[in-house]
Design a protein around this ligand. Sequence first.
Ligand SMILES: Cc1cc2nc3c(=O)[nH]c(=O)nc-3n(C[C@H](O)[C@H](O)[C@H](O)COP(=O)(O)OP(=O)(O)OC[C@H]3O[C@@H](n4cnc5c(N)ncnc54)[C@H](O)[C@@H]3O)c2cc1C
Length: 395
Amino acid sequence: MSTFDIDDPLRFEEQLSEDDRMIMESAREYAQEHLEPRAVKGNQEEYFDPSIPGELAELGLLGSFVDPKYGGSGASQTAYGLIAREVERVDSGYRSFMSVQSSLVMHPIAKFGTEEQKQKYLPKLSNAELIGCFGLTEPDHGSDPGSLETVALKTDGGWRITGNKMWITNSPIADIAIVWAKAKENKDEEGTIRGFIVEADAKGYSAPKTKGKMSLRASETGEINLEEVFVPDENVFPEVTGLKGPFSCLNSARYGIAWGTVGAAEFCYRKSRQYALERKQFGQPIGSTQLVQTKLANMLTDITAMQQLVLRLGQLRDRGEDHPSMISLAKRNNSMKALEIARTARDIHGGNGIMGEYRVIHHLMNLETVITYEGTHDIHGLILGREITGEQAFT
Ligand SMILES: Cc1cc2nc3c(=O)[nH]c(=O)nc-3n(C[C@H](O)[C@H](O)[C@H](O)COP(=O)(O)OP(=O)(O)OC[C@H]3O[C@@H](n4cnc5c(N)ncnc54)[C@H](O)[C@@H]3O)c2cc1C
C-alpha cells in the first residue's frame, strides 16, 4: 500500500517533468522567502514593493515561456502555471503583476509583434527594465470589450489615440501599455480593433492610481487616459485585428489564473488544518469535530481536482492542443472553488479569521477580484454554454 500525503493526495507533483519541477522549486523558494514576509504590509498599506519586478526577473519568472533569443526562459506552459501557483500562494496581487507582464504584455508582443518590436521591448520586459500594462476594459465596457470606444485615428506616420481605460493592473507603474482601440482611417468609419504599444511618456497619456480597493491591495491598479496620444506606425501590431488579439492574451492570462488559484486554495487549506489542530473549544481541538473535519475533507478534495485539471490543461497547451473553452472551464471552476475554500478557511479561523495576520481573509478578498477579472464567473459560464449548445446567450 502507498502512503497518503495530506498536502498532495494523488501525488500531483510526481507527474511533473524534471525541468518543470526545478522551476517550481525555485519560484516556491523565492515566494516563501521574499514575498511571504511582505504580504501583510502589502495588503494593509496598499503597497507594491518596487523591487519585486527585478527580483522576479532575476529568476527568469517574467515571460518564462518567451523564446530565450528575446530574453525569455523558453519554459513550458506547465512551468508558467507552476510559477503562478507559487506566487499566488502568497498573494493574488503579486501574481497579477507577473501575469500582466508575462501574458498580457510579453505574449502579444511575442505573438503579434514585428521583429523590431520584439527586439526593442521583450528583453527589457523580461529583465524588468520596463514594466507593462494591458488596456482593454473601459468605464462602460467590461464584459463586452467588443463595444470599446477608444479610437485610434490615422494621421501622418502614425495614429492619434483618444479614450479612457479603467481597472488596468500595473498602469500607475507602467512604462508601456498595450492599448486596444478602434483603428479608423477617418473619424466617420466604424473602425476595427487593433493593438498599439503606447509609451507612457507620450504627450497626452496619464495613468492615475485607483486607490481604496478592498481586494488585490498589493497590486497597482489604475486608469489610462489618452488624449490624442501620438503612436508611430512602427508601434502597431501589424496583422492582428478584431477581438482575436486581446482574446489570445486573455487566454494566456486566464490559464495562469486557473493555476494561481490552486496556490491560494492550498494556502487556505493548510492554514485551516493547522489552526483546527491547535484551537481548542469544549475541551478538544476543533479539528476533532465532525463538522470541521468534513470542511477540511471538502477543501482537500476540491484542491486535488483543481490540481489535476490545470496539469492536464498545461499538458494540452504544451502540445498546442488546448481550446479557449477548456481555459474558460478551468478559470471558472478553479476561481470559484478557491473562493469557496478561502471563505471556509475564514470560518474555521473564527474571529481570528478576520485578522490580516492570519492571511485567510486576505486571500478571500483577493479572490473576489480573481473571480471577476479576465471574464467573470458567469461570462465563462456563457462561453461554455455556447460551446455546449451552439447557442449564444450573451444578449
Ligand atoms: C483589480 C482589477 C484588475 C483588473 N485588471 C485589468 C487589466 O489589467 N486590464 C483590463 O483590460 N481589465 C482589467 N480588469 C477589468 C476586468 O477584466 C473587468 O472588471 C471584468 O471583465 C468585468 O467587467 P466589469 O467590471 O465592467 O463588469 P460588467 O461587465 O459590468 O459585469 C457586471 C455583472 O454583470 C454580469 N454580466 C455582464 N454581462 C452579462 C450577460 N450578458 N449575461 C449575464 N450576466 C452578465 C457579470 O457577470 C457581472 O456579474 C481588472 C479588474 C479588476 C477589478
